[in-house]
Design a protein around this ligand. Sequence first.
Ligand code: HEM
Ligand code: HEM
Ligand SMILES: [Fe+2]
Length: 459
Amino acid sequence: MRYKSQSVAYWYFAVAMVLFGLQIVFGLLSAAKYLGPDPLLYILPFDVTKTIHTNLLIVWVLTGFMGATYWLVPEESRTELHSTKLAYIQLILWTLMGVTAVIGYLFRYGTGNKLLEQPLPHKIVIVVCMLIFLYNIGMTIKRSGRLTTTEGVLLLGLALSAVLYVPALLHYENYTVSIFYRWWTIHLWVEGVWMMIMGGFLAYLLIRLSGIDREVMEKWLYVIVGLVFFAGILGTAHHYYWVGVPQYWLPVGGFFSALEPLALAAMAIYAYAAMRRGGVRHPNTLALHWTIGSAIFALFGAGLLGLAHTWPSVNKWTHGTLITAMHAHSAFYGAYAMIVLAMVTYALPGLTNRPHNRYSPLGFWAFWLQVSGMFGMTLSFGTAGIAQVYLERIMGMGYLDAQLKIQVHFLMLILAATIFATGVALFIYDFFRHRPQFQVVDDGVVAEDDAHLRTTTGR
Ligand code: HEM
Ligand code: HEM
Ligand SMILES: [Fe+2]
């Protein structure tokens, strides 16, 4: 840790870890319900456990983004944070919002708008937290007068995420209108501005972990952002196929969303090329696993498995089936869970005062169990989804009858999910087993990067 105020990141990561663990508990609960019998049917039905599962996911990933940004900005801008007090107020408000929202869902208090179920008071708190966050980061950069491209891309992604939450604040009576605007938040987050956030973290980590030149990395970051915007904005239309809007959205959605994997492929090539050309210069090889792993898993889950069902002629059969769950898990995990875990793994030695090369085999077990478990879950959802589409949509079998026929895939799902959950438990254990210790020491790698910056920027 190079700046004292970077220590706030630890508490954000700690909250994220707890919520991650809870998310997995509710995931397992949801999956168990596929098999039945369900003793909790009238207390915690599937719709409630699924809502809690997905909302915890969004909250922990965003908590991770915030913590990682509070870690990254002081280093990139070479200054202390504007206010650690504000950062803690924000974290407390944010955590209270997340926890009370989950308690509310237990009592059916929510809007019912998938992934945006937060009641209005909670949504307002979310906006307040985002404003505090952006203000704090903005003031930090203003004070230092230094803004690198890496943090610029990251911050633009964060600021646009806040702007795109605005449509989620409004209520629409008409169902089609409501769905139409819902995707402005959900799709443009995960396939637009969050990819900028991922790109920013990826660039930061690759610059630190490999010996690659900052200038080269930042130049290619622009290309990735360009590709994201080019395909991602009109790609939103792949959610408009069957929602009651005019037909022209079909070709628009098909064409532009089919180009979306380009940005994901570019990110994977970016990571590979950085390692190939720059080599490994940092002792934290576990963080390297998470970083490269994220770029590759995102290409698989979001790029490949997104492309698989983005064509209107395919999506008319697969829409809203377990094929969607197959893609949703692998994409979200690869792109956003793994990049947060990469940032946590990179920052943790500095926050617990253990050397970077002191990750025990436990950390590597956590990585491989999660990756293989999530791969197995993806295959299970995928095979279940293919059978579901054939039985239910092509043969015309009833929904519940089809579900009974695909029980074997659900058993596979639970098996793979258990492997995955073991990996998550190990990661969380590894995180908490070292007490936080905030000692300001100069990390040689950062100093080297600074020396390079001085020569290229003349500062
Ligand atoms: C990191 C990037 C991505 C993430 C995190 C992600 C996540 C998700 C999630 C959570 C859903 C379900 C949404 C819901 O029904 O409420 C979804 C749906 C969908 N995604 Fe992605 N996605 C990503 C990238 C992509 C890409 C690049 C493509 C296309 C090439 C794609 C194609 C689709 C399609 C077609 C659906 C609708 C499925 C249906 O009709 O039921 N996604 N995605
Ligand atoms: C032990 C691990 C997990 C299990 C057993 C699990 C199980 C489930 C189940 C059963 C559903 C409901 C699917 C449906 O509507 O039929 C679901 C939804 C979802 N899960 Fe998980 N999950 C796990 C971990 C994760 C992780 C790590 C992520 C992301 C990083 C994730 C993201 C999602 C998303 C985005 C949805 C909504 C998908 C949709 O609407 O189609 N889950 N999960
Ligand atoms: Fe989308």
